[in-house]
Structures are given as C-alpha cells and as structure tokens.
Design a protein. Structure first.
Length: 347
C-alpha cells in the first residue's frame, strides 16, 4: 500500500509498504479521508514522533475491510470514524472512563501507525459507526470537532454568558461553530487573518462579533462590547503569553478562562494580572483531547449527532482537498503558511 512514512524530524517519504494485518481485536480500515492537524507540523518537521519509522495522521475515517480474529465480524463493510487514542484501561482515569487523561496511552498517528496511508490497523474499541448521511470528510473532522466540544464543555457556559474565543485556528473556529450551534448569543471572536472574517460569517456569526486584532486593539474591543464588565468565559486558543495575560485580564468577576491553545513558549503572569485571578475569583481551567466512552453523551457521539442532524456542517471549513500523493504539499503549506487554510484534507 501507499503510505507516508516518517523516519525522523524533517524526513517524511511516500513509500510502498506492507499492508498491515489486523491482530486479535483489531480491524483493517481502508482510509477514505484524513485531515492534517496543526500538531502534525512540528511532529513531522521539528520534533519527530515517539517512534520511527511511523505513519502519521490521527484524524481519519474509512471503511472496515477486514476484522481480526477476535474482532466482531459486524464491523465488516461498515463506514467508520476513529478515536485515535488507545487507552491502557488500567489507570485511575481509565477506570472513570476519562480516557483522555489516560496515564499510559498509545495513539494512532503519533505512537503507532496512523492515517496517512491507504490502510490502518485499528482496535475495534476505537471505532464509531457513521450514519449514511455523514461523509468521510466530515468524519475525518470528528477528532478536532470533539476537541472543540470538549473545550466548550470545560467552560461551563450558561446561555446568557458573554463568551470570547481568542484565536481562530481550526479548534478556535470549530469552537465558535459549536457555540453558535448551542445558541450562545454573545460570542466575541478574535482573529488576525482577512479570510477568517468570511469563515466566521459562513458559520453563522455576525461580523460585528468579529475582531481582527491587527486592525484594532482586541482588549479595547472586548471591553467595549461588554460595557467594561469583561467576559464570562474566555477561551485562549492561541497559546501565546500575551493572549494568556489578556484572557485573564478580560475575564469578568467570577469568570472562567479556558486554556485551549498549545503553548508556544513558557507562560507567565505579571503580578498585576495574577492579582486579577484572586480578586475576581477566576476559574482557570485546561482542556485536553476529548471524551470517548461509547455513550451517547460523550464528545464524539454528540458531534456525530449534530452532523447527522445537519445542525453543523464542518465541510465549510475544508479549504483544501488533496490526493494522498500530494500530502506533502499540504504539510509544506501549513508549515510555511504560503496560503490561507483552515482544514486540509487528504481524500
Ligand atoms: Zn489533531
Ligand atoms: Zn489509562
């Protein structure tokens, strides 16, 4: 089969490799769509993965071609989405079904072979069956969407809250999409690229609720839109110190700050900002990955339900579709930011 194999930092090659054999309770998935995640770029070009050689790609969907010896035959021919985290199922968080907090997990696409290939061996536990009206491209976005929903839920939003989303990369944009879907009226989105305004409009946010931080001071804009009171919930989806500081400073008394963006450097609060946390009784929370428990209310089933009811249409965020041979073009584009993009998908 064709696969992109990572041999180390900045060494990825398209190769002809052996098709995987599904072991025990694994199934063989024929990949139909795979998204490139922001985290794939440093993994492929700077740090490398946990083991090499490795086939990256953790946002993918496909059809089950074959089942391993102990896997349920019912999966054969089924269209599936894939939760990429393989939990140990022995640690304390796993016992509570908080698999996203597993202490000793494996991961498709970073710790074992993932979706930038024609086929992947996947444990049947990690499968989620797709309704007929959900496309493979949509299903390949289940992972980032579930991550956005997980963050949304961590913020414990009430209907009337004023909610700031600071940073409109893929997760930030998806978060806005789910906040709109949840009927939150006071959403303030802060981006810094011209095309983000159009996308924000496409997903149902009024352009008055969008601020381009290059054109105006985002802090002043938020203060103005909240009559100086600050926001009830601020999602920091950038991962930079200055936006972290702003997020804390812009939170209203008893407000919540939810940290979503992966930090690009050390994070620190000056004393004046630290005082805000105390004096405003702020709740600062982190969010990590997404919940997948096979129950209807988990992040993955929630997202799948919203898509199949056509309440959410993530395809609006797919800016590029490439054949597998051209994956590297997409990776380079994201690395060098040579074009505007939200989600780049290998189909
Ligand atoms: Zn991802
Ligand atoms: Zn565990």
């Amino acid at each position: 089969m064709k696969a992109w194999v990572l041999y180390g930092a900045d060494d990825i090659r398209l190769e002809e490799v052996e098709k995987p054999q599904p072991k025990g309770n694994e199934v063989l998935v024929s990949v139909q769509a795979a998204g490139i995640c922001g985290s794939d770029i440093p993994r492929i070009y700077q740090t490398g993965a946990h083991t090499h050689p490795l086939i990256p790609g953790h946002e993918f969907s496909g059809v089950v071609e074959r089942t391993g010896k102990f896997a349920d035959r019912k999966w054969e021919g089924k269209r599936v989405g894939i939760f990429p985290l393989i939990p140990c199922r022995e640690c304390a968080p796993c016992w509570k079904q908080q698999y996203e907090l597993c202490r000793q997990y494996s991961y498709l696409g970073s710790r074992r072979n993932g979706g930038f290939a024609e086929y992947v061996a996947v444990p049947e536990w990690n499968l989620i069956e797709l309704p007929a009206n959900v496309s493979f491209a949509e299903a390949a976005m289940l992972e980032p969407m579930a991550v956005a929903v997980h963050a949304m839920r961590r913020g414990q939003i009430c209907q009337d809250d004023t909610v700031v989303v600071y940073g409109l990369g893929t997760i930030g944009m998806l978060l806005v999409m789910f906040l709109v879907d949840a009927g939150i009226r006071n959403i303030l989105a802060v981006g810094n690229k011209a095309f983000q305004k159009q996308i924000v409009r496409k997903i149902g946010l009024d352009e008055r609720n969008y601020c381009d931080s290059r054109e105006q001071n985002a802090a002043e804009w938020i203060q103005k839109h909240t009559d100086g009171a600050g926001a009830d919930v601020v999602y920091e989806c950038v991962g930079r110190n200055e936006t972290f500081v702003q997020a804390v400073r812009l939170a209203a008394p008893e407000g919540r700050v939810c940290l979503v963006g992966n930090p690009n450097a050390d994070m620190a609060l000056d004393r004046d900002t630290y005082w805000k946390v105390l004096r405003n009784q702020l709740v600062i929370t982190g969010t990590w990955n997404s919940s997948f428990t096979h129950e209807p209310g988990d992040d993955w089933h929630f997202v799948l339900d919203r898509i199949s009811r056509q309440q959410i249409s993530p395809e609006k965020l797919i800016t590029h579709r490439l054949p597998i041979e051209e994956l590297e073009y997409g990776l380079q584009l994201m690395k060098n930011k040579t074009e505007d993009y939200i989600k780049i998908m290998v189909i």
